[in-house]
Design a protein around this ligand. Structure first.
Ligand code: DTR
Ligand code: ZN
Ligand code: ZN
Ligand code: CA
Length: 436
């Protein structure tokens, strides 16, 4: 039934969970809606990434260091997985010590572009070894969390961005380059940066960065829920890639399981392991291989990363307010076939559409990565909403924010959907435009 009849919707202020005061400056007042719970991050998947990074190092002179073939092979490996999962990836190049360096930035389509939550890790190793704990561990855990976002169909309120940094071991070169080249207006949109550098140390400690209080509390509460005591990371702010973000005023946080410092008797009492021995005896050494990982620490920290990403990105659930035009007729999508459309006829809206047109999409499908989804304006202009993203996850149920300010508001707007791969199929269940 096509009910393209304007109706005004007053948002029910159902704020989502947490008061991210350190990130957003607001706090939940209404009874919080339940934030989507983070999925478990499969340890086996994270360890497979480490095995792959080990193979890359072995095939490239034993390391994955800046300027060496092993680093470029590592960044290509991570990029390929993210491209396949539907991320928008960007390779950023820079020069350091006479060699080309690479940062990989991956954006998950959707979410509020003015509220970006970032998570990252450095992907380079030292020249003396494969760098599996330092920092394959952080890179693999962040990668698997990003893949979990894609396959779960999670639709965060904030925009999610992930980064893998080059040349950290030369002095935070890649992350400094990224932050220094991020325009001021873009920096202001980054509401938090989470850093993960060495999170699988063989004689692990559980350290939480003591920078932004909201981020710190998110991690500490997670570990407390597991009955694991944490300590604040006291080795100094300048020791990893969160430093450039912190230096420009972006809230930062992160996790760390220790490097060359020695575990005390009190820490061994608290965490197990061996007192009088460093947290990672293979720090910056050739023995930093896949054997140099504590699985429990890697598993716990990977799950903590997912918990923080889901918690800190679930913003308000307030639906867009304004005049709604909606079509709730089901439209079957032919499997690997022709495009189909659902139309709403907008009337009575003066002038052009807004720069923040809320486009509500409700598609039932068993493999969202098959789908190309576009918004077609009355004059035929096409706005891409989703292009084969999200992999094998089910359904696309999302409100996209489209800058349609160059379009006249009144007229026939279409949601166009095409299934571009065989087997899985589905139907358009609803299409809604909200004019503020
Ligand atoms: N600089 C990191 C290892 C490192 C040493 N102290 C800390 C504190 C917090 C994060 C990381 C580190 C490296 O060698 O890559
Ligand atoms: Zn290092
Ligand atoms: Zn490191
Ligand atoms: Ca299909």
């Amino acid at each position: 039934m096509n009910i393209s009849v304007p109706r005004r919707v007053t948002a029910v202020a159902a704020l989502a969970a947490l008061a991210l005061a350190g990130l957003t400056g607001t706090s939940a007042t209404a009874s919080p809606a339940a934030a989507a719970a983070a999925p478990d991050i499969p340890l086996a998947n994270v360890k497979q990434h480490l095995t792959d990074l080990q193979s890359i190092a072995t095939a490239n002179g034993g390391n994955r260091a800046h300027g060496r073939t092993g680093y470029k092979a590592s960044i290509d490996f991570v990029k390929a997985k993210l491209d396949a999962a539907g991320y928008t990836t960007t390779l950023q190049t820079f020069t350091s010590s006479g060699a080309t360096g690479y940062n990989l930035i991956a954006d998950w389509p959707g979410g509020d572009p003015n509220q970006v939550l970032m998570a990252g890790s450095h992907l380079d190793s030292v020249t003396s070894g494969p760098g599996i704990n330092d920092n394959g561990s952080g890179s693999a855990a962040v990668l698997e969390t990003a893949l979990a976002v894609a396959r779960s169909g999670y639709q965060p309120s904030k925009h999610l961005r992930f980064g893998w940094w080059g040349a950290e071991e030369l002095g935070l070169i890649g992350s400094k380059y990224y932050v220094n080249n991020l325009p001021t207006a873009e920096r202001a949109k980054v509401k938090g940066y989470l850093n993960f550098d060495m999170i699988g140390s063989p004689n692990p400690g559980y350290f939480v960065y003591d920078d932004d209080p909201t981020i710190e509390k998110t991690f500490k509460d997670y570990f407390a829920g597991l009955g694991i005591a944490t300590e604040i990371e006291t080795e100094g702010d300048g020791r990893s890639d969160h430093a450039p973000f912190k230096n420009v005023g972006i809230p930062v946080g992160g996790l760390f399981t220790g490097a060359d410092y020695v575990k005390t008797a009190a820490q061994a009492q608290k965490w197990g392991g061996t007192s009088g021995q460093s947290f990672d005896r293979c720090y910056h050494s050739s023995c930093d291989t896949t054997a140099n990982i504590n699985d429990t620490a890697l598993d716990r920290n990977s799950d903590a990363i997912a918990h923080a990403i889901w918690t800190l990105s679930s913003g308000t659930t307030t639906p867009p307010t304004g005049t709604v035009f909606e079509n709730t007729a089901d439209v079957s999508i032919p499997d690997n076939g022709a495009a189909v459309t659902s139309t709403v006829n907008v009337t009575g809206v003066t002038g052009n559409a807004p720069s923040n047109l809320a486009v509500g999409v409700d598609i039932v499908h068993t493999y969202r990565g098959d789908l190309v989804v576009d918004l077609v304006a009355p004059d035929g202009s096409v706005y891409s909403l989703s292009n084969r993203s999200g992999g094998s996850a089910d359904n696309i149920v999302q409100t996209f924010t489209v800058n349609a300010s160059s379009e006249v508001a009144n007229g026939a707007w279409k949601l166009r959907v095409q299934d571009k791969a065989s087997i899985d199929t589905g139907y358009i269940s609803g299409f809604k435009l909200t004019f503020p």
